[in-house]
Write a protein that binds this ligand. Structure first.
Ligand code: NIG
Ligand code: FE
Length: 402
């Protein structure tokens, strides 16, 4: 293959090292050799192997190079928005109260059910462009605002179309995102419909689109037992579990994720210490979503430090959705990871790159070591820590020329 090139003139390069847990390499005056869209070598420019000296160069313009961000938890596709509800929340009405009146998720479900596949694809693509401009090169995206078979099927079809258009996505089926209005609060019957009818039918209609399945395990939504039933059905269909766990109350969601060998347990503001230990022992990635805590005005920041102490490889994500975190900005999440979850810059950066990718079972994303996809961001700053330090600056990365 002749598409070999070397990225030179970099002030520095910052990347997690996939071979050493939590280790981050910081290389000044760096260079990066690529072939076929993959990293073949990286290190100090003065150490560039002689075989690469005559290869075409790409001028980094004195930037810092980092791997692109990976967002391992988004609800990318939905109809409408919830700015009206947001204003009511500012006037003091709680998220739970709005949901109890039939607003909240239900409002988005109504708007999503009336959206066509084409409309979903169009809004999805404009959101994906916004994520990409800000440095997100791969995302996990959930269904879940259909809550019935046909609408969930349209969401899955729209994700299939976005993948065909070349967007780098992993799709998660989440028809158990909330209790569907048609079941009038009968969670047991709702869980059976998801497990026995909807998931098999979604996989049959859209082969190869989804890799994961998810359930909102929460007081008043689905119990651990109902979650287990749905996840078992997903596993039989080849879908790996990811769990909305311990978000508003402790329910044992992290423990369930560990028992099932889930790829991730997400949210976890109310995770128990036993849940943390169980996740560490079974290599379940805790995916923390500090944007949601911020946007819901809660004070219960997920216990990232305790999880790291327990041996968990924590990841961070946006939870992008219209109700609890309409945020497409990875730098906001990175900053919250540092400022509210008390992660170091290197930890938060690893959590948004390599650990995020790992939670999606990709080991060639989220770092720039040999074998990685050459998804490189170029930042025109003097020191990479500035990404967090200049806390309100809307830095945008440059990308390598195609
Ligand atoms: O991840 N936990 C459930 N779902 C979303 C919120 C959904 C909504 O309010 O629309 C979340 O926070
Ligand atoms: Fe979520």
């Amino acid at each position: 293959m002749s598409n070999r090139r070397v990225l030179v003139n970099l002030r520095g390069l910052l990347t997690p090292d996939p071979a050493r847990t939590w280790a981050v390499d910081r290389i000044l005056d760096a260079a990066l050799a690529m072939e076929g869209g993959r990293v073949v070598w990286m290190g100090r420019a003065v150490d560039l192997p002689s075989a690469w000296t005559d290869v075409p160069k790409v001028d980094g313009g004195g930037a810092w190079a980092t791997p692109g961000f990976v967002d391992p938890h988004t609800h990318l596709l939905f109809g409408g928005d919830r700015s009206g509800e947001f204003n009511r929340r500012l006037q003091g009405v709680s998220y739970k109260h709005i949901a109890s009146e039939g607003g909240g998720i239900r409002e988005t479900v109504r708007a999503t059910r009336s959206a066509s596949v084409d409309e979903l694809v169009a809004s999805g693509e404009s959101r994906l462009r916004a994520f990409r401009e800000r440095g997100v090169v791969h995302l996990e995206c959930k269904t879940g605002y259909g809550l019935e078979l046909e609408a969930e099927s349209r969401l899955t079809a729209a994700y299939g179309e976005l993948k065909r258009r070349g967007w780098s996505l992993d799709v998660t089926l989440l028809p158990a995102h909330d209790l569907a209005p048609e079941f009038s609060g009968n969670a047991e019957a709702n869980a059976r419909a998801v497990a026995d009818e909807w998931l098999p039918e979604l996989v049959r209609r859209h082969p190869g689109v989804a890799r994961f399945c998810d359930v909102f395990v929460e007081t008043g939504v689905f119990t651990v037992e109902q979650g287990r039933h749905i996840f078992d059905a997903g596993l039989r269909l080849g879908l790996t579990p990811r769990v909305h766990a311990d978000e508003l109350t402790w329910t044992g969601g992290a423990e369930l994720a560990a028992e099932l060998g889930a790829a991730s347990a997400d949210h976890l503001m109310f995770c128990s210490e036993a849940g943390m230990k169980a996740m560490a022992a079974t290599d379940v990635t805790p995916v923390l979503l500090p944007g949601t805590t911020l946007f819901l005005g809660m004070r219960d920041w997920a216990p990232a430090r305790k999880m790291i102490g327990a041996g968990c490889r924590v990841a961070l994500a946006s939870d992008f959705n219209p109700g609890s975190c309409p945020c497409m900005d990875p730098l906001t999440i990175l900053r919250l990871g540092c400022l509210q979850l008390r992660m170091t810059f290197e930890e938060a950066f690893t959590a948004m790159t390599f650990h995020a990718a790992r939670s999606l079972r990709h080991i060639d994303l989220g770092h720039l070591h040999t074998g990685a996809r050459a998804e490189v961001l170029l930042w025109d700053i003097e020191e990479v820590l500035e990404l967090v330090y200049w806390v309100g600056e809307p830095f945008r990365p440059r990308f390598l020329p195609a």
